[in-house]
Design a binder for this molecule. Sequence first.
Ligand code: X8Z
Ligand code: ZN
Length: 611
Amino acid sequence: MQKHLTTKRLMLTAAISIALAGCSVETKTDNVTTQNQQLTEADAKAYVVNAEQRLSEIYEYAAKAEWVAQTYITEDTQFIASKANEEIKLLGIELANGAAKFKDLTLDYDTKRKLDLLRLGLTLPAPADSPELASELAKIESKLSAIYGSGSTPDGNKYDLIGLSNTMATSDDPEAMLNAWIDWRKVSPSMKDKYVRLVEIANQGAKDLGFNDVGAMWRSKYDMEPDAFANEMDRVWGQVKPLYDSLHCHVRAKLNEKYGDDVVPNEGEIPAHLLGNMWAQTWGNIYDLVAPEGGTGVDVTTKLKEHNYTPIKMVEQAEGFFTSLGFEELPGTFWTRSQFEKPVGRDSVCHASAWDVTDTDYRIKMCIQQTGEEFNVIHHELGHNFYQRAYNQKQPLLYRGSANDGFHEAIGDTVALSITPKYLKEIGLIEEEPDASGDLPFLMRMAMDKVAFLPFGLMVDKWRWQVFSGELKPDQYNEGWWKLREQYQGVKAPVARSEENFDAGSKYHIPANTPYSRYFLAHILQFQFHRELCDIAGETGPLHRCSIYNNKEVGTKLNAMLEMGMSKPWQEALEAMTGSKEMDATAVIDYFAPLKTWLDKQNVNRQCGWK
Ligand code: X8Z
Ligand code: ZN
């Protein structure tokens, strides 16, 4: 299930989980329901064929229900979407339980792999044999999504995430930023009791499928032991942590220079409202504060405005990158069915997502703003669509997903790493490519987004794993959230928080129930992919100046991996692309090496670190 799920689930989050979940209707899985009869390999094969058929029948309907619910948030669309989600859950559970019955048989590779995927497909499983609980869980998911998407509170107030985020991105008034930060966190407290119940129900579902809890189930989706996966995340984090620490130290010192000891002391964690982003997950918006002196660098936001790039033009330009690699254009319906701009006069979930509603119907849902940040997000989303189309055309339903979910998140970002000054000049966005003095500014801009993100990418699911395992009880949710924020990111809440707050819920992926480790993986993998593709392109210069634009040979290599879908363990997909089965953050280190040297020079007389 992960398959479709992956796909839609990608963004559909709710729907995604949905996609795997299932149809409450007792259909025929005769081969499994027949009791007291020896199951055979032929039964297993028939079971898989039947499962693929039933999932494909429900998928388009569920995806469309979810699409409308997210782009037109009303009581009615939530109702319809949660019904579809419920059906998917029931089907998913039925298929997962049925799949488990073949576990003692010796089976061919594909049948076995598909049965494993069926068992792992759901993101939030409901308990077996309880349509009531499946329905309750589906309703909670819809409700959480609607609260976040509409930004509304029970007392009838509404908060506009885009407006508040713009304040965080552009203001240098600590009070204004603090108010925006606090305001957005007024939306999430009403999610808390629903979230507590969701954890309860989904954990019961995970237990029914043989997992300790939902977190253990999520960690089981990586073709390795769940504990080994958690260790692998920590290992890779260890590779990049020195780089993060250097960046943190420099950024804190610059914030201290700007705002003074009262706002940002030169020790300890950085208050989370000063980093240019609502969740302090990327820091690129305060680049000017930390910029190396000398070279200028390129501010893409300014250039997009100067050249009157509309949202559509930004998407066309991004599609052009993919077609330059040899990918076919997206279908006409992509342009007519996508949501590119924030709808007027109705609520919509603005958080960006990419959908494969059918194997010919691809869409993105965004509320595009004219910024360099959003230009990157568009490439990110199109990466999902091109990946989806590649495997949808080649693979049977249960293999229609990415090698692991980090791969799905990495593809568009990999392409966007090639948005170099050289490329921007090629497409006419800038007139002159800066000379080598532009390298440090460029790397600093990249680091403020890509390196700053890493500990956030890691801690979100560490929190959820603790919540699902019961290590954090509901009356410790917020405290546990901030403990991890402090420990990994070295940022802290700018004002006192309590268990009345539900700050995790202010981040889309918590109410949307989208697993988050994928983004940590993606932020490592994209550099690994970039280094490899640049090698194929025969680029010998520094990694950060390499662009794969227009290179068909690179496109062919990339496409070969995309087409594999999830037919093989991710380690094999990685090997097919890079020659290695191991995730490896040395590409991140290589890429940022000149910046690291520079940062360490700046930090010589500074006291770095926190607690
Ligand atoms: O949610 C996303 C994408 C959609 S899959 C826009 N991202 C994470 C986030 O915004 O928190 C991309 C990077 C991290
Ligand atoms: Zn994504």
